[in-house]
Ligand binder design. Structure first.
Ligand code: COA
Ligand code: ZN
Length: 308
């Protein structure tokens, strides 16, 4: 079914990576399966990164094996920070690589131990891995597009110049502008996306990735939608944090974005009743930092009916 907006579920990567205690592969797969049953057609299931950087992602190979056995099909996305990650991904079943680097040089050094020009060189290599592969597509995520946890506000002109460099290397890739810290304001979101949309051929290439640290995520999603963005990263139960963005809270909650769009008559393709199963599983993960408004509302309703 054609939906009016596309939600890309990122809890199994952006959310899980912040949990210190190892989540078992079968618990990860149970949530991924529940998300697919709820209608999510694009799920970032993990990353090929150094286990020294993020131990939680060390089971990406068995996660991908498990995903291949699931009855529901969806676009399976894996994050890669370098060519090594892209090469590893070619040995497994997945459909899209999400190459990540940061607009902020300081954040990029902290997150992937590379300067911006080293990461652009890495992107060229990842692009050629994708070109050689018959089944892989590419997405590029520009972390800290608005704000950096270490060096503060990121200049929009600088972000757009990098955005253009990415387009020059990978003209057909999806491109995500990420509010990694959650400090972006709806006015800044509107302005940056308006300018980014003017640079790309196909608006459907553009994705907004946002965090809800200051409670502005839904307002930011609305601002991006109003200027023409139609794809959004979301995390069930607002699962989140970021090990390389101190203080940031989870991504905007999938169920909140579903509620926001569906209550305005805009289809997301996600069944909010079925999504409750994935929320319940997320609530059982030890050490998970959760957020979102709908989840808390449903919990109070459940508690009230149990008391009655
Ligand atoms: N997947 C798995 N292992 C990898 C890897 C990848 N994509 N890239 C490198 N490695 C391994 C190397 O083989 C090496 O292993 P060894 O010590 O056993 O020989 C080790 O990691 C270091 O490799 P090196 O190329 O020197 O990388 P680095 O130490 O400069 O770290 C990154 C660079 C990108 C690998 C690391 O910073 C990283 O994985 N960051 C991920 C950050 C992240 O996921 N952030 C959240 C998402 S925004
Ligand atoms: Zn994020």
């Amino acid at each position: 079914m054609e939906t009016e907006v596309t939600l890309i579920e990122v809890a199994p990567r952006d959310g899980f990576q912040s949990v210190k205690e190892m989540i078992t592969t079968s618990d990860k797969l149970a949530i991924i399966a529940a998300l697919a049953r709820a209608g999510l057609q694009h799920i970032e299931v993990g990353s090929f990164v150094s286990p020294k950087a993020i131990a939680q992602m060390a089971d990406i190979a068995p996660v991908l094996q498990g995903v291949a056995q699931l009855p529901q099909s969806f676009e399976c996305i894996v994050l890669v920070p370098n060519r090594r990650g892209a090469q590893l991904a070619t040995e497994h079943v997945c459909q899209r690589l999400n190459f990540v680097f940061s607009a902020s040089e300081t954040h990029n050094l902290n997150n992937v131990n590379k300067t911006l020009s080293q990461s652009l060189a890495e992107l060229r290599q990842v692009q050629s891995v994708v070109e050689r592969s018959e089944r892989l597509s590419l997405r590029v995520s520009l972390a800290t597009s608005f704000d950096c946890p270490f060096s503060g506000k990121v200049n929009a002109q600088h972000t757009l110049a990098l955005f253009q460099q990415v387009l020059d290397i990978s003209p057909d890739a999806q491109l995500a502008l990420c509010d990694t810290t959650g400090r972006a304001h709806p006015f800044a979101v509107r302005s940056l996306f308006e300018r980014a949309l003017a640079l790309i051929a196909k608006p459907e290439q553009l994705i907004f990735h946002c965090h809800d640290t200051y409670g502005l995520a839904i307002a930011n999603v609305a601002a991006a939608f109003e200027v023409g963005v139609r794809s959004f990263d979301t995390a069930v139960a607002g699962f989140g944090g970021c090990p390389f963005a101190p203080g940031a809270s989870g991504n905007v909650a999938t169920e909140d974005v579903v509620y926001f769009f569906e209550s305005a008559g805009i289809s997301t393709g996600v069944d909010s009743e079925k999504l409750k199963e994935a929320i319940a599983l997320a609530e059982q993960i030890k050490g998970a930092q959760l957020g979102g408004s709908i989840r808390l509302l449903n919990r109070s309703k459940r508690e009230a009916s149990a008391d009655a």
